[in-house]
Design a protein around this ligand. Structure first.
Ligand code: GUN
Ligand code: FE
Length: 449
C-alpha cells in the first residue's frame, strides 16, 4: 500500500479513461480524469473540466499523457499453488492433473507452502488485477497463510481451500477426509469471510465432480448457504471429463444436474470453463444465477475446446474471465482478453457465423461482466460515480512499438488504446493498481507521473 496518499484527500487520475458498462458498449474520455475520494469514484469526465474545478479538499493529480485508465481487472478463476508450474506438461486435463498438478499441490504446505502463498498476492497486483477468485491447495495452513497475505495486499480476494475426497492427493484415511475437509473449510470461512473491511470473502471450493463425492458436494453447498459464502468449482472442461461424470452419476441428467442436485448452483456460484454444455444445462445455470469463468488461454493450452461464447451469452449466462493458472500460462488478464477474441475468431474459421467479440466486449468480460458474476455489478466494474475505486493504470509508452513514442500515442483513439492494451498488455506496462482508492501496486519506474 502507498502510505503517501491520505485517504481523506482526493486523488485525481489523468489519462485516457476507458470503461465498458454494457456488453459491446465502450465509454471513453480521451483526455479524461477520474476523481477518487474516500475509496469511491466521485467524478469521471474530461480533464479540461475536472482539472480546473474548485474543490473543498486538496487534490493530488497523478498525470500522464501516456496513461490509460481502466476499471480494475477481475480474475474469476485461478489456482494459487499452481503458479510455479505454468507452461509445464503435455496431454489433456486428467493426465495433466495427475502428472503435474496434484504432485505440485501436494507439497503446498508447511513453511515453504506458506511463504509461497504470501508471494502470490503482490504478483496479482503487479498484473493489474484488483479482484480475484482463487483456489488454494487442500491444506488449511497454506490457505491460512494465503488469506493473511491477501489481507495485507489490500486486494479484493475470494478464496477457499480446495475440497476433494475422491482420488485426493491428501494422506488422510478415506473415512476422515470429508469431516476434516468440512471442519477446516468451516474454520477458514468463519475466520476470513468478510474480513479486511469486506475485501476478503470465502468460497467453498469442491474441485469438480470427479474429485468429490455427492456427500461432500452437498455438505459444502449447505455450509456455503449457511455462511453466505461463494461456491466455486469446475464444470464441463473436457469431453473425457464429461463422459466420466455421466458414468459415475447415473442418477443425474447431465454434469450440470450433478451440481444442481447437490445444491451447488446459485447466484454466488462461479463455474470454471463450461465448454461442453447442452441447451438444457445453459438454461439451468442461467436460471440459478450462477456465473461462468471463461478461461480461453487455459482451454487452448490443454486442448480442452473453445467455449461457445455467443451461445452462452444468448442464453443469458453471466460470464467473466479467468487466467486459470497453471493451465493458463500467466496471471495476465490482457492476454486472456486477447485469447477470448482470437479463440472465437479461430472457431469461425471452421464454423460459419461465429461472432468475434470486439475489444469492448473483451474488456466488459474482464471488468463489469465479471463483477456481475460476483454479484458486485453495482460495486465495481466501471467508473460509475459512487462505485468503489478499483483501477488499473496502464503505461501506453511501454506498449507502443517503439518504447517512449508518446507523440504517436496522442494520435490514437480510445479504441486504438484499448486494442493496444489487449494485444500487447501485461505486467511490464502496469503503472499503478488501486483497490478502493488505495494504491496496491506502483511501478518502480522513476519518471512515471
Ligand atoms: N479441473 C479440476 N481441477 C482442475 C485444475 O486444477 N485445473 C483445471 N484447469 N481444471 C481442473
Ligand atoms: Fe481451474
Amino acid at each position: 500500500m502507498n502510505p503517501e496518499i491520505p485517504t481523506a484527500s482526493l486523488t485525481g487520475l489523468h489519462g485516457c479513461v476507458i470503461d465498458a458498462p454494457e456488453w459491446g458498449k465502450l465509454r471513453s474520455w480521451r483526455d479524461g480524469a477520474v476523481v477518487i475520494g474516500d475509496g469511491k469514484v466521485l467524478e469521471v469526465g474530461d480533464f479540461q473540466f475536472l482539472g480546473k474545478k474548485p474543490r473543498p479538499a486538496p487534490i493530488r493529480w497523478l498525470h500522464s499523457e501516456r496513461a490509460a485508465i481502466f476499471p480494475g481487472l477481475i480474475d474469476l478463476h485461478t489456482h494459487v499453488p499452481q503458479y510455479p508450474v505454468v507452461a509445464r506438461g503435455r496431454g489433456q486435463l486428467l493426465d495433466w492433473l495427475h502428472g503435474y498438478v496434484f504432485p505440485r499441490e501436494r507439497v503446498f504446505t508447511g513453511p515453504p507452502g506458506q511463504r509461497e502463498a504470501a508471494a502470490f498476492f503482490p504478483e496479482l497486483a503487479r498484473h493489474g488485477t484488483t479482484t480475484a477468485a482463487l483456489y488454494a491447495a487442500i491444506y488449511e495452513d497454506s490457505c491460512e497463510a494465503a488469506f493473511a497475505a491477501a489481507a495485507k495486499s489490500g486486494l479484493r480476494i475470494i478464496m477457499g481451500k480446495m475440497m476433494m475426497d475422491v482420488g485426493t492427493y491428501g494422506t488422510l484415511q478415506p473415512r476422515k477426509v470429508i469431516s476434516v475437509s468440512m471442519l477446516e473449510s468451516e474454520r477458514l470461512a468463519r475466520k476470513w469471510h468478510g474480513k479486511n473491511e469486506g475485501l476478503i470473502e470465502y468460497a467453498f471450493s469442491p474441485r469438480f465432480a470427479l474429485a468429490c463425492s455427492e456427500r461432500l458436494m452437498r455438505e459444502a453447498a449447505a455450509m456455503a448457504t449457511q455462511f453466505g459464502c461463494y461456491v466455486q468449482t469446475h464444470l464441463a472442461e473436457t469431453r473425457e471429463e464429461c463422459e466420466r461424470v455421466r458414468h459415475l452419476f447415473r442418477g443425474c441428467l447431465d454434469y450440470t444436474d450433478v451440481y444442481a442436485q447437490s445444491g451447488l448452483l446459485g447466484p454466488r456460484t462461479i463455474l470454471g470453463h463450461c465448454i461442453h454444455l447442452s441447451e438444457r444445462e445453459r438454461r439451468v445455470i442461467a436460471e440459478s444465477g450462477a456465473g461462468v469463468a471463461h478461461c480461453p488461454t487455459a482451454n487452448i493450452f490443454l486442448g480442452s475446446g473453445i467455449m461457445p461464447l455467443a451461445e452462452h451469452h444468448a442464453a443469458g449466462l453471466k460470464i467473466g474471465l479467468g487466467t486459470d493458472v497453471a493451465a493458463g500460462p500467466e496471471l495476465n488478464l490482457w492476454q486472456v482478453m486477447r485469447s477470448a477474441i482470437e479463440s472465437q475468431k479461430m472457431r469461425g474459421m471452421y464454423e460459419p457465423g461465429v461472432p468475434v467479440p470486439t475489444p469492448a466486449q473483451a474488456l466488459f468480460l474482464a471488468t463489469q461482466g465479471a463483477a456481475e458474476v460476483l454479484g458486485k455489478g453495482r460495486v465495481i466494474g466501471t467508473f460509475e460515480t459512487g462505485k468503489e475505486a478499483d483501477v488499473t493504470v496502464m503505461d501506453l509508452s511501454a506498449l507502443a512499438p517503439y518504447r517512449g513514442s508518446a507523440a504517436k500515442i496522442e494520435d490514437m483513439s480510445a479504441e486504438d488504446v484499448l486494442s493496444l492494451c489487449i494485444y500487447r498488455g501485461g505486467p511490464h506496462a502496469v503503472l499503478e493498481t488501486f483497490v478502493r482508492g488505495r494504491s496496491v501496486f506502483r511501478s518502480a519506474e522513476p519518471e512515471l507521473f
